[in-house]
Design a protein around this ligand. Sequence first.
Ligand code: FAD
Ligand code: DLZ
Ligand code: SF4
Length: 510
Amino acid sequence: MKLRLILGDQLSLSVSNLSDASVDDLILMCEVKQEATYVKHHKKKIVFVFSAMRHFAKGLREQGYNVRYVAYDDPNNTGSLLGEVKRVVISHDISEIVLTNPGEHRVLSEFETWYNLLGTPVTLREDDRFLCTPREFSTWAEGRKQLRMEFFYREMRRKHHILMDANEPVGGQWNFDADNRKPAPRNLSVPETFMAPMDDITQDVIDLVTVEFADHFGDIYPFNFAVTRPDALQALDLFISERLSLFGDYQDAMVQGEPWMYHSHIGLYLNCGLLTPLECIARAEEAYHQGHAPLNAVEGFIRQILGWREYVRGIYWHKMPEYKTLNALGANRHLPEFYWSGQTQMNCVRQCVLETKQNAYAHHIQRLMVLGNFALIAGIDPDEINEWYMLVYADAYEWVELPNVNGMVLFADGGLLASKPYAASGAYINKMSNYCKGCSYKPTIKNGPKACPFNYLYWDFMERNAEILSGNPRMGFMYKTLGRMSDEKRQAVADDSYNFLNKISPDEKV
Ligand code: FAD
Ligand code: DLZ
Ligand code: SF4
């Protein structure tokens, strides 16, 4: 018989190593310490992954497959993927181990050793749930100095014939961002996110995680994530019917007490396999053609999945393992304690951390322009902030987390992914959110004890990295502005930044 190992992010019936599965094969799924603790994942993420795994295994059994499911607290659980595969190989007559390429380089490197360690043939198959293979991406990337997402995205639109009018983009433009990204009006009434019912399987997992992962970050309750494909499809439907039409308009808006906004909240389902990218894209495209959502929203949403999601995965496989070691700006400050506790007077950071803790979710602009922007301009060590992003979000897997952090947020790849760092002062956060109203600092004050730390840290970041960044044509204007600043002003920026950064290092409350 063949052994088919299904990982916690391969929960799709269409996954390639199940495509020719027969009832005579053995399908192995295992909850292992190795995967649950290589970073100390948010408790809610572990509940989500384990419960989704258990539901998926149940579904396979109901279809007649022979499934060996090893629960975390099984006394014989070896704690590792190899250990569990070895137990099967020893006790069964296994002719071949059939795997689908994993989402993380770390796991792929491990799989590649298995034939030598086990002596049983190992076959690795493409993960064809993605719309661009690593090889196709590398072919596209070869010879290009800069790998701009926008050009990749256009090729993906053409290749998959999405939002196309023959050879032209629907609406005559590839990108409608000029119509998007408005701040939220005061009286906005955001619809509730999808809330899945909880069953006994999830309750069992919650009991397990409460005990076994007590020292991990995050809240388990409330637990409303879908853990089955039918529920994940309902979450998608709810997004399409209630939020998609305003997705573009408020894509970059942040409102205190509204963690979900008009985003889709499907990233965790896509990444573990409960939903497939093409079905999400098709539902959005259909909503446009039926007149239920405008083109700026639909194109913007599709670009995230067909463009950004595939593009960051391409970058990951094209550049790993070196990509993980990059630190172009030489950032080396320790991650401040408030990334865990939320205990800071910076209201924007506090709100985003506390929502992350409660929901294992923050929307893109919170991740990028608040939590990421702070890490960038304060010069936080890439390894420490990457570990943080990897463990706090329910949708985090290294193939998507790492390029977003090292490329988009930290500019640690020296500009391979982003043409310039996404650094911003308090003015941006004030424009796009209402956080500043409840803050001890003032976004309009540039220096001194009441000044928004993002203001002086922004200029301090520019000073600190002038050698690397001042030649960047997209930064020219900012460096001209810096050059025109008086010596007193530059000194005030340096002093305020020095004092502030010295306080966060020994974790004083700032
Ligand atoms: P929506 O805003 O509704 O977008 C729809 C879908 O598009 C998402 O579900 C996702 O699949 C895709 N998408 C959107 N933006 C991106 C992007 N930049 N990269 C890849 N896919 C994208 N996304 C993850 O899936 N896992 C991560 O670990 C992750 N870490 C991130 C870390 C940082 C610092 C930043 C700036 C972004 C990160 N993202 C990550 C991308 C994005 O923030 C999340 O995909 C999104 O917030 C998930 O919420 P949603 O499903 O409501 O997305
Ligand atoms: C995220 C995760 C967790 C928390 N636990 C498991 C697990 O116990 N067993 C498993 O097969 N997969 C788990 N996963 C998902 C894996 O970490 C993921 O498959 C790899 O990182 C490769 O992308
Ligand atoms: Fe954040 Fe500055 Fe606004 Fe406070 S004033 S919420 S620190 S941007």
